[in-house]
Ligand binder design. Structure first.
Ligand SMILES: [Zn+2]
Length: 125
């Protein structure tokens, strides 16, 4: 588990990919953390390259509309318990908030169900 803020670094931004369900937290020390959907913890993921500014790293993603990155808002990511419930009930929510879709389907906007995202995260670790 990695900390969002340390004595020498603070959180700069949190961004979320609607297409993959990946949530990233960017820190002022150029470390990028990725949220594990199962544990809910932030984990060390990568470092921003020395020749790219932190601002550019974030803007590059948010400005690319085809990339489907958005600022991560509180409550956007369901708990693992909620995702398990969607799987059990056979009624899921999509990463963009669309409700009542099949657990293995995408919503009308083309975004996956959380249950599908969790499965892929589980497989890739
Ligand atoms: Zn949708």
């Amino acid at each position: 588990m990695a900390k969002c803020n340390t004595t020498s670094a603070h959180e700069v931004a949190r961004i979320f990919n609607l297409k993959t369900g990946t949530a990233l937290l960017i820190r002022s020390d150029r470390k990028v953390l990725r949220r594990n959907l199962v544990s809910g913890q932030w984990q060390a993921f990568r470092n921003i390259k020395a020749d790219v500014s932190i601002e550019a790293f974030i803007a590059h993603r948010l400005n690319d509309l085809q990339g489907h990155w958005v600022p991560l808002r509180r409550g956007m990511i369901p708990s693992f318990d909620s995702i398990s419930r969607m799987e059990r009930d056979g009624i899921a929510e999509a990463t963009d908030g669309c409700e009542h879709i099949e657990p293995d389907a995408t919503c009308i906007h083309g975004f996956p169900a959380w249950t599908d995202v969790a499965l892929r995260h589980g497989l890739s670790g």
